[in-house]
Design a protein around this ligand. Sequence first.
Ligand code: ADP
Ligand code: MG
Length: 614
Amino acid sequence: MADIIQLLPDHVANQIAAGEVVQRPASVVKELLENAIDAKATSVTLVIKDAGKTLVQVTDNGIGMSVTDARISFERHATSKIKSAEDLFNLHTKGFRGEALASIAAIAHVELKTKNEDSEIGTHLTIEGSKVISQEPAVVPKGTTISVKNLFYNIPARRNFLKSNPVETRHIIDEFHRVALAHPNVAFQMLHNGSDVFNLPSSNSRQRIVNIFGSKTNEKLVPVSEETEILKINGFVLKPEFGKKSRGEQFFFVNDRFIKSAYLHHAVASAFEGLVKNDIHPGYFLFLEVDPHSIDINIHPTKTEIKFDDEHSIYAMLRATVKHSLGQFNIAPILDFERDKGFDTPYDYSKKQPTAPSIEVDRDFNPFREKAKQGNINFPFKREQSQSWESLYVGLKDDAPAISSLGDIEFESEEVTGNLFENPETETGQISFQIQNKYIVSPLKNGMMVIHQNLAHQRVLYEELLKNITVKEAVSQQLLFPLQLHFSKPDVEIIEKIREQLEHTGFIFSQLKDETIEISGIPVLILESHVVNLLSQLVHDIKEEVPESGFSQNDMLAKSMAASMAIKTGISLGKEEREHLINQLFACKEPSVSPTNKPVFTILEVNDLDKKFM
Ligand code: ADP
Ligand code: MG
């Protein structure tokens, strides 16, 4: 048989390599920013168009390249950063594989303009799909500009695989944050479709964090610092009360390189143990310095994972250092473990003096009673009642009477327990009770129905909100004092994008700018004190996945708001509250599934019960 093995042509090899290096526009951003840092730039500008799908351009004022270097930089394995294998263990640069430019040039239209210190005149090079199209002298300042256009133009499958613009932009911003946080002394700018996203002057590490995540971040930072023979740790952790439900700001840098490490994360998380609730993730910006000989970065093509020689000691030191900082800055003693969940909000109310949470439960209060009697089908939270309604959320666990004699079944209201055995019929002919403050049980003709209270309420709110957003007829409750909230700039921009829909639900924004949101009216369905949590959850959900079309965005918005607003499990409901919820649920178009497609109730028929007694 004839020989069949042949060497792949370079451009094919490059395309294959590109599959590893370039997954999405954000990968290009990372490689170009890192090259700029390696070139000792003090100022770097990132310009993107259409979430990087049309253009990613990085301009730096670094050392630039000679004519020959410019040409060779696009060859595979062309690097100025290492010369031998030993150098791999003494890395002081971000790059070393010499693959990025070759890979990028294989799958995009690339333009390079560069000039080094010694040259009078610079170079302008155009490459498309690994082919040099033109190379000519050009008058350019010292430094380098690389423009990457039409990414994956020659690999349609990859291009189609890209996510929506907001999602791709999110990935780009993540990469931008990582490089910018690791190099606070370098000035960074980022523009998207012509407008400023970030403008970060050269600064120290604390200022850089604040410039990125908003001025309110400053007071949340607890400095961390330790130096031992094998490890130097610097940086900040966020005070425990600013931990988030979603993994928010969690950054490890080793020798100025952003890394992911579940192991190190565990070290930090365990230092927070007891200071945050189980479902809250601590935030941190930690900069570790170790001898480059003691790490191996070479285990991941995009280099976000590294291997330490002495992982165990690093774990122990990191944990101890963070613990020490939390203790030293008096974080631990001020914590109140039983405090209201509302206080776990990552954002401050501006100008509001902190006051001790008062735990008062108005056991007689029933938010459903007033309007239910008036036969109003709107979800009946009245503004004047909000204090009392809030009190329903507070301290219930401790205050709720422990009716343990009935095992797991807890009848909430005394009238019902009394009624149950005499005349259980309510006005509407329904009877219901609650199990574990979670399920509502209601007898049916041929069995019984078990309703999940949280999912049921989500369904009710979801349909109501969706109607309001699309039909635009929601009612607002005017706030006496406008609510001022602080978010990071990008988060405010996200809210700006959904402003119209939010207004349809009843929000009135008097200001939406930079890092400040001022709200003068809120939907009647919610409480002022829940607004911060609701908006942060919304922003989080949108960052995770934004459908492009108007309809599905409304849908997502309604889902997210319904999830934040719905009665939680653990809340005990009185008789009328239960009834009202059941009535509202069955007035819905689709009562049987939650907005996130979970079953809302289940029916146990007498037949099923009979089987249990055979
Ligand atoms: P690596 O960074 O792994 O060396 P790259 O493909 O990213 O590989 O870059 C190849 C070479 O091109 C680099 O080693 C460097 O010498 C040169 N280079 C790339 N970008 C720049 C830049 N912005 N300024 C100066 N030189 C650069
Ligand atoms: Mg590189």
